[in-house]
Design a protein around this ligand. Structure first.
Ligand SMILES: C[S@@+](CC[C@H](N)C(=O)[O-])C[C@H]1O[C@@H](n2cnc3c(N)ncnc32)[C@H](O)[C@@H]1O
Length: 247
């Protein structure tokens, strides 16, 4: 499927109300995670009294780590962010000199917001679901999954799909998502079910997946930030792994 077909299909799916997008955005409203254009513009900075302020501070640190790392490559980068939401991170990635960034997301209201708020050269937002072959005529130097891998059922499948549009020496970065030990996965899934039940959206649990850190084993990967390291465990500030995957 090419990008034009994808845009058409996404609109039809949303019109029928059948997609994950409708449910996801309802849940995000309930969680107070849908922000105004004025707030999105300044992310990851947000008012200190905002309910998710601490979470945004965590996101700010992980985004900065990624940006510093990518700036170290000292070359123009063609970057794809999969599951870019309102586009704040895609926009920040443009601070890497001469970079070009594409943000993809299935959730139309937030992609529309991203387009409204961040109108910049070399920044494009596309509404649609990530699937194999979507960008078959393009190669990206960097593919980022920030807080999005948990919405994909299989780490293996999305990494294999991402490799299809990754350049030869390219890198896939996964961040701001929980990875569990294999024996923790079932309990984590139970907690998620209870959480969405309590929120009034039990059906959302079927769209939220819990991945084990072992799922990365078949891939050439390196952990760039490990929340389980003693020093990070003590600080308790940053709970998420940051992982780079290469060919
Ligand atoms: C928690 S948000 C993260 C947004 C952004 N990356 C950030 O760092 O704030 C996860 C996003 O993944 C998107 N998503 C989930 N499944 C997707 C799919 N199959 N294709 C594209 N985007 C998807 C959701 O719509 C949502 O906007």
């Amino acid at each position: 499927m090419n990008i034009t077909e994808l845009k058409k299909e996404s609109k039809e799916e949303e019109a029928e109300g059948s997609g994950f997008g409708d449910l996801y955005i309802d849940v995000r409203y309930k969680e107070k995670r849908v922000l105004s254009d004025g707030q999105v513009m300044f992310l990851p900075d947000i008012e200190a009294n905002h309910i998710h302020f601490k979470e945004w501070q965590t996101r700010k640190r992980s985004a900065q780590r990624l940006i510093d790392y990518l700036k170290g490559k000292t070359k123009p980068l063609n970057i794809l962010e999969i599951g870019c939401g309102n586009g704040w991170l895609s926009s920040k990635l443009l601070t890497i000199k001469n970079s070009k960034v594409t943000g993809l997301d299935i959730n139309e209201p937030e992609i529309m917001q991203a387009k409204r708020v961040f109108q910049k050269d070399n920044l494009e937002f596309i509404c649609g679901a990530f699937e194999p072959g979507l960008f078959k005529d393009q190669k990206f130097d960097v593919i980022v999954f920030a807080a999005s891998v948990q919405y994909f059922p299989s780490v293996k499948n999305i990494l294999e799909s991402a490799f299809l549009c990754l350049s030869k020496n390219g890198e896939i970065h996964i961040m701001d998502t929980n990875f569990y030990k294999p024996n923790e996965v079932a309990n984590a899934a139970k907690r998620t079910e209870e959480y969405y039940e309590m929120l009034g959206y039990p059906e959302m649990a079927a769209h939220y997946f819990h991945h084990s850190i072992n799922d990365l084993q078949p891939f050439n990967h390196k952990i760039l930030f490990n929340p389980k390291r003693l020093i990070n465990k003590i600080s308790k500030k940053d709970p998420f792994y940051w992982v780079v995957v290469k060919y």
